[in-house]
Each structure stands twice: as structure tokens, then as C-alpha cells.
Design a protein. Sequence first.
Lengths: 357, 139
Amino acid sequence: MNAEADAFALPDIASEIERAIQRNIKGLDFLTTTAPSVGQTPKDEIHRRGTLSLYHYRPMTDEIYRVPLLIVMATTNRGYILDLAPGQSMVEHLLLQGYDVYMMDWNAPRPQEKYLRIEDYVLDFIPDSIRRVQERSGEEDVTLVGYCMGGVLSTLYAALHPGGPMKNLALFTTPIDFSRMKLFHAWSDRRYFDVDRLIDTVGNVPPEMLFASFDMLRPAGRSAGMVQLWDNMDNDEFVKSYRMFDRWGNEMLPLAGEYFRQTVKELMWGNKLHKGELVIGGQKVQLKNIKVPVLHALAQHDHIVPYEAGQPLVAGIGSADKEEVVLKGGHVSLAAGPNAVRRLWPKLDEWLGVRST
Amino acid sequence: MTNKFSPLDPMAMWRELTAQWEKSTNEFANETMASDPFRQGMHGGMNASLTAQKALGDLMARYLTMLNLPTRADLQALGEQLQRIDDHLARIARAVEGSGAAVASAAPGPRRTRQPPSPPPATATRPARTRKPAGKRPS
């Protein structure tokens, strides 16, 4: 090794030693401190009924768009994934861009709510929340924004209420062709999966079971994530972000028994939404009935809702103004975290802005 | 061939190996878990656990009844009754809110007059870019 190489290498060695020391110090911090708080954007719970909580986020600008946004969160997870922390919150971003934001978030369904069906969500919770948003905002028009199963529920609502009230429909990672959700479809094989026995025994589906199912989609993901965490232990931002996502991922919600039974039988086994055979409240769900402007954002590396599962949405609806975008990221990083800050949020703002006046 | 790992960063090779291990393990596991024997075994295990859970639940219910204590079913019935009362209250609250809605909507708030920022002027010299949807990563 020559003198020039030595001179180059010494600071690098010092920096690596410094990083190793920092990893150990911060590692101790990690073990002794609590996870950062989440969902801090100021909001009011304007309505609560059993599993449903309807929140209104306080506007952050003096002038807002006319049309309020109602976010319909996925039924398996807490809504704070869209409001992780200041600077990492989609809700905060939308408020700062001048939107009036509401969210339908879910509480763990109580044992007696095991009878809730898709109908309860689509024909009761969503219309009731829209009515409350209309009342509070004084506006007739409302834009629905649905994430994952929240997107499915919003889509069902839109298809069953072609006359509105709905101005726009923005969806993230919303599955339509459930046969293309490869592993979930395989695991719910009707030859072996006795969903009736499960629901009749447990009532509501326990979150541990749902958590295990999602975790099994990427069995090595958790261990690899921990290695990555150790590697970045000296990076405060990375650790903070890791802890917030980890907390969210671990905090799954139980699912109402009948809703789960229906999801398995009608959507997974029968693939009825894709085939146009799904009946909700006595009405057939036809995607072509959706005529409002629609944006569907899908993630390029989504291991839960692959592109093929979500693609039939935009292809099947009757809207003249419709757009599908495939953005870099995974099922969660599409909507939250640094990837979302760069990709989905600006796209959503650009799409919504001109349609919210 | 150039070495892509920095000899000074002991984590670099570990990082790369972890990424490769994660990818290959996930691929292998996904293939295995989609197989027929795995599905059969998984649900066989689940059914056995549900049978045990039900048997234990029935046994506990019998004991609690003998001891003159409320069973889980009794408590759930009580919960359902409370839920019905809760629903009634929600309906009453809705009716009361409905009558006060006009007042609430008249409360001052931010102006709803915001307009989207006007798009930047198009440059005639630059050709338009068409963006294809990104492809799917092979799993």
C-alpha cells in the first residue's frame, strides 16, 4: 500500500470506528426508550360508532379547496400510517396544500360487532360519514380517498351510488381481481380453509392471525429489517422511521367475523367483484357504473396487492376522466415514508387540486 | 473484476449477503407456501387448534355455570345490549345534531376558494415526455 492510499484510508477507518461506536450507544438508546409518538396532526373526532371513528383534521391554511376529502382507511390497520409524524404525514401534506381532510379510521370491532358485513361498511358507515362531512363542511361534494381494503369499500360505494354524492375517487393499491393475490388466494383454498368453522369459533378474526398472514408473505423480511436497523442504528431519522413503521405493522386490528367470511367467500373464492357478480344490499356491483374522475395509484413492488390484482379497476370503470399510475415503492411505502413524499403525495395533490374547486 | 465492497466497511458485505438471503428465502418460502401440502398442513393445524379452543370454551362455560358465574356468552349478551343502547344514543345524537347543523355550518372557517397553482408555461423547445407505467419487479 502506498502513502497516498494510506492517507485516503485513515479517515475512512476513523469514520467506520466512529459509526461502530455510535451503533452501540444508539443501540442502548433504542432498547431503553419508547417508540416515537404518531398521528400528531391536530384533529377532532366528530363521530364514533363502534368500530368507526370519523376524524376531522384542523385546516392549516386560511384558504382551502371547496371540496373536502374523506379518507377511508384499510380495515386491518390504524389510520396513523397516513399521519406518522410531522414531515412524514400525508394528512399534514394535504392540509398544508389547502385541503379539508377527514378520515374514517377503524377501532377494533367489539365481540358483538362480529355480525358486521360489507353492507354495513358500504351502505351505512360510508354514507353516514359522507353526510357528516357534508354537514360540517357545508359542501355537497365530497372526494373519497381509499387505501387498500378502504379502496375496495370506496369502490363498492361509488359503484352502488352513481348519483353521488361524490366528486372524485382516489384509490391506492386497491385489489379488484382477488385471484391475482397469489399467496392469499392459495392460503384461502376452499378445499382446506374452513372459514365457517373459523368464524363460528372465534367470532372476530384475531389480529395475531392477520399479522402472521401478512408476515408470511415475506418471511425473511423481519429478520432482514433488523439487520438493516442495526446497520443504520447511528442514523436517528432511519431509526425513528423504522420504529414508527414497526409499531404500525404490529398494531393490526381484528376483523369483524362476517365481513371476513364475506371477503373470503365472495371476493377471494368467487372473485365476484372482478366478475361483476358481487351483490351488496340486493344490488349488483358494476364497476362501469362509476362515472366520477378516478385516480388509482399502484405500487411497483407491492407484495400484497400486485399490479395484476389492481389493474382491472381503471380498465373496468365507466369514468371518462380516469388515470392509473404505477409508482416505485411497496404496499406501504407507496403511501407513507420518504418514497411517498417524493412520488405519491405530489401526484395526488396535482390530481386533486384541479378537481377540488 | 472490481470489488464492490469497501474493505473498510465491515457491514458492506454483510448488507449485501443479507439482501441476497432475504430475496432467495422469500422466493423459496413463497413457492413452498403456495404448494398443496403446505396449504393442507396449515389449515389442518388451524382446524385442530379451533377444535381444542372450542372444547376448552365449552368446558369453561360448564364450570362457570356450575359456579353460578357469568360465562363469556353471558357477557357478550350484556355487551350486545349495551351496544343497542349505544346505537339508540347515536341515533338521538344524530337527530339533535341534525337540528343544529345549520348553526354549525354557519360557523366561520377558512375560505373555500382555493384554486390550484397555475401550471408552469410549456416550453416549446423541449419535446413532451411520455411516461410509461413502471414495469413489475420479478418476484
